[in-house]
Design a protein around this ligand. Structure first.
Ligand code: PBG
Ligand code: ZN
Length: 330
């Protein structure tokens, strides 16, 4: 055989195989999305997300303490209220007694070094369930939407969040949030992670069932970009980096690995995150349950592929299990 045909000498041993990675999976790459209930004692099953629960603020210590012990460094807080009063101003989002704010404060107090990232959006608290406010004709009213989103982001930063992540996909939100954080003295206290882009995928379904944030009419296609839009995705990445995002996050992850790779070329000096969303989680779990593949093996594979594409931060509902799995595999 010709010299150039023989590659297997380079990965004949577990150690030489591990050197084929540009970057190993480490526990600090993973962010755990936590659904926060408005019942402070909740520890409720989430039928659409088997294995995940809707947590009350009083349950966070018992739930997260052991996972943090095993190496979890970061969480991603998402509101999943069940009895919230929705109104035209999304007032409940930054009410001082909002479960999200209480959860941030509680986690800050319980786990001083935990990195707390928080989803920022209007959809859970808006009467109509859209991620922005609307003009009377139903079109997004960008200016008042981004101003309100910036206020909510600042409220979460004040409550102790290390990172705010606007998930609304309004134009100009990153610039507005960044300026608001800077003006209030949080420019150097709080990371701004931008969903750039967050696609209009069918993979958010299980989360919407859990969090009750589906729009009452219409869909999100005028703000979440279409799944096949590569050029638009590139423009969103560049725009949001230029508007002051500290981290660029691609959402969802698995079907969008090419966009992760694009981001590493377009903004090579930014950390690149990706979100393995609710539908991806359910898909892998359901496949494993049929015996199609082993859950641990396939989940680790999925994370390795995101890292191969260029991500160095992964938000995933498998984060707790990964803390166990990475111990036993290394
Ligand atoms: C909306 C929001 C979504 C998710 C979190 N916040 C998407 C949507 O409903 O359009 C999805 C998270 C997941 O599926 O894991 N701002
Ligand atoms: Zn939203």
């Amino acid at each position: 055989m010709d010299i150039s045909s023989v590659l297997q000498g380079g990965y004949q041993h577990p150690v030489s195989r591990s050197w084929q990675n540009r970057s190993e999976l480490t526990k600090s790459m993973f962010m755990y999305p936590i659904l926060i209930s408005d019942d402070p004692d909740s520890n409720a099953d989430v039928p659409s997300l088997p294995g995940q629960r809707r947590w009350g603020v009083n349950r966070l210590e018992g739930f997260l303490g052991p996972i943090i012990q095993k190496g979890l460094k970061s969480v991603f807080i998402l509101g999943a209220p069940t009895k919230v009063e929705k109104d035209s101003q999304a007032s409940a989002a930054d009410d001082p007694n909002s479960p999200v704010i209480l959860a941030i404060q509680k986690l800050r107090e319980l786990f001083p070094s935990l990195y707390i990232a928080v989803d920022v959006c209007l959809c859970h608290y808006n009467v109509h369930g859209h991620c922005g406010f609307l003009h009377p004709d139903g079109v997004i009213n960008t200016e008042i939407s981004v101003a309100r989103i910036a206020d909510i982001a600042l409220a979460y930063a004040r409550a102790g969040a290390d990172c705010v992540a606007p998930s609304d996909m309004m134009d100009g939100r990153i610039k507005t949030v960044k300026q608001k954080l800077i003006d209030a003295g949080f420019g150097n206290r709080c990371t701004l992670m931008s969903f750039s882009p967050k696609f209009a995928t069918s993979l958010y379904g299980p989360f919407r069932s859990a969090a009750g944030n589906a729009p009452a009419f219409g869909d999100r296609q005028c703000y979440q970009p279409p799944v096949s839009a590569k050029g638009l995705a590139r423009r969103i990445i560049q725009r949001d980096a230029a508007e002051g995002a500290d981290i660029i996050m691609i959402k969802p992850a698995l079907f969008y690995l090419d966009i992760i790779a694009e981001a590493t070329r377009l903004v090579p000096d930014h950390p690149i995150a990706c979100a393995q969303v609710s539908g991806e989680y359910v898909m892998l779990r359901a496949g494993a349950a049929t015996g199609a593949f082993d859950l641990k093996t396939v989940v680790i594979e999925s994370a390795q592929c995101m890292v191969r594409a260029g991500a160095n931060i992964i938000s995933t509902y498998f984060a707790a299990e990964l803390m166990e799995w990475l111990d036993s595999s290394m």
